[in-house]
Design a protein around this ligand. Structure first.
Ligand SMILES: Cc1cc2nc3c(=O)[nH]c(=O)nc-3n(C[C@H](O)[C@H](O)[C@H](O)COP(=O)(O)OP(=O)(O)OC[C@H]3O[C@@H](n4cnc5c(N)ncnc54)[C@H](O)[C@@H]3O)c2cc1C
Length: 469
């Protein structure tokens, strides 16, 4: 009897299991790491009870499980580890919105619900789910919580972790930890849910969560400004915080090189500004109150930038269509980077005040490794998260450039670490950044993580080969 036959014998309801090689292809890897170890089968449970049954059966048969959301993760977390025979647990059919409470501002959502669907459900009820990013159409709530996803609005709402009030998790032994209390205040003992948020499926499987909502904004303003220095960008950011306070929801920066990658993919490019500046900044503020004067706040910010000659050019979106066009620029960069062979992606964060220093030092560092390579940084100024991506020098093939990726990556990470930063701001560790994690965290912390893993998953069956070496 094969491993998978043995496993299926233990399951009461095999509905939805995929076993045919052609059906498994879509589950063999994720966006960052397309091909991993052998996939025995894909389980697609519809209920928490079914997840529990699968986990208990895998525990009995000694089979590893890799949980999978939308497969949009950027560190190989949903890719089954090479050298292991793995059951992929896909949450695509466990996707209901169980409840939405407009008084308490909460929703209970199952793990497989796409982020965008959860956001739309909140919006239909006049509420906002404060997590959003370029992968929201395909990524799922379970994946977002397991990577502690960030995105465009961390400045105002925090990371995925900060949207969670309660969690339902299936543990490695098949038991369920269910704390779906819709409480803002709960100091009754250790906050166990935090262990599973950002754990990338290595400690248990998230099946549902209570998410925090807020009143939906009724007014929104978005501007695109052209600047020539990152020092100027930081001055403008400081002023934007003082002028707009908590209304400031996004402050994104795009280098000329990152934008160039996007423009070549657009059939009829419509550049937002006449001036060709070194940096474009996308600033957005919104408010759930119609009494906040957003237009005046933006006028004041623009006047500040122009008077100090920090801002060379700028435009404020006059319609929702114009606003979306500005955001397409920003999201287009992320997509262009993913789809450009050879482009080196990175995900560092440094203290916000050190962003200009980080970019200058990283430019020099990568030039020393591959002369002529093209840094194309962009990212979230508000939380210090700069994606310091690098393109090959003109004339170098993508595959030749890939040979330099490890040395380039390490040189960029060294710059971030020297400034008190991190090697992974929002994409997690997964399969690809485990060495970097070892370089970043002290031995004592790594040992504590390993002890936690052994305690919750003594047989090492929960997404093995991820985060820890
Ligand atoms: C165009 C684009 C833009 C993006 N922009 C951003 C951005 O701005 N910020 C950002 O943070 N990310 C961004 N991402 C990355 C990605 O969308 C996030 O990492 C997302 O959180 C992953 O969700 P997923 O459902 O696709 O998870 P997957 O990729 O399927 O899985 C991610 C990890 O979570 C685990 N996992 C999945 N579901 C569960 C579960 N139910 N229980 C336990 N573990 C589970 C997996 O095993 C894996 O380790 C972007 C991606 C794309 C394609």
């Amino acid at each position: 009897m094969t491993d998978i036959d043995d496993l299926l014998r233990r399951i009461s309801d095999n509905d939805g299991v995929l076993r045919e090689p052609a059906d498994l292809d879509a589950y063999r890897g994720d966006m960052a790491c397309p091909l991993g170890g052998e996939v025995l089968a894909v389980a697609r449970p519809r209920t928490t009870a079914q997840v529990r049954e699968w986990v208990a059966a895998c525990a009995a048969a000694g089979i590893a499980i890799t949980p999978r959301g939308g497969g949009t993760g950027l560190s190989g977390g949903a890719t089954p580890s090479p050298g292991r025979r793995t059951l992929v647990m896909s949450f695509e059919r466990l996707h209901r919105i169980r409840a939405l409470d407009r008084v308490g501002n909460t929703m209970i959502v199952e793990a497989g619900c796409p982020l965008q669907v959860a956001r739309q459900a909140a919006a239909q009820a006049g509420r906002l789910l404060g997590l959003d990013h370029g992968g929201s159409g395909s990524s799922q709530i379970g994946g977002n919580l397991s990577t502690n996803a960030g995105g465009n609005n961390v400045l105002r709402y925090g990371m995925a972790r900060e949207q969670v009030l309660g969690l339902e998790v299936v543990l490695a032994d098949g038991s369920v930890l269910s704390d779906l209390r819709e409480l803002r205040k709960n100091n009754a003992g250790y906050d166990l849910k935090q262990i599973f948020l950002g754990a990338e499926g290595t400690l248990g499987l998230i099946t549902a969560a209570v998410l925090r909502l807020r009143p939906a904004p009724v007014a929104c303003a978005t501007a695109c400004l052209g600047l020539d220095s990152l020092d100027g960008v930081l001055q403008l950011f400081t002023r934007a915080q003082e002028t707009m306070g908590d209304a400031l929801v996004a402050f994104e920066v795009m280098s000329r090189e990152a934008l160039a990658l996007h423009w070549v993919r657009v059939a009829q490019p419509r550049r937002p500004l006449e001036a060709d500046t070194r940096w474009l900044v996308l600033v957005e503020a919104d408010s759930p109150s119609r009494y906040f004067d957003l237009a005046r706040a933006f006028d004041e910010l623009m006047a500040f930038g122009l008077a100090r000659e920090i801002v060379r050019d700028g435009t404020i979106a006059a319609s929702e269509a114009q606003r979306q066009a500005l955001w397409r620029l920003r999201e287009g960069i992320a997509l262009a980077m993913i789809e450009t062979p050879g482009s080196l992606k990175s995900d560092q964060a440094v203290p916000v005040a050190a962003i200009a220093q980080f970019v200058a030092q990283a430019c020099a560092a990568v030039e020393a490794v591959v002369p002529g390579c093209v840094p194309a940084p962009f990212g979230h100024v508000g939380d210090g998260n700069i994606h310091f991506n690098v393109l090959p020098p003109p004339g170098m093939t993508a595959s030749d450039f890939r040979d330099h990726w490890p040395a380039l990556t390490q040189s960029i990470e060294d710059c971030a670490l020297a400034l008190g930063g991190t090697v992974s701001a929002e994409h997690g560790i997964g399969l690809l950044k485990r060495q970097a994690l070892q370089r970043m965290r002290p031995q004592g912390e790594l040992q504590l993580m390993a002890r936690l893993k052994r305690t919750l998953d003594p047989r090492g069956l929960m997404n093995p080969g991820k985060i820890l070496l």
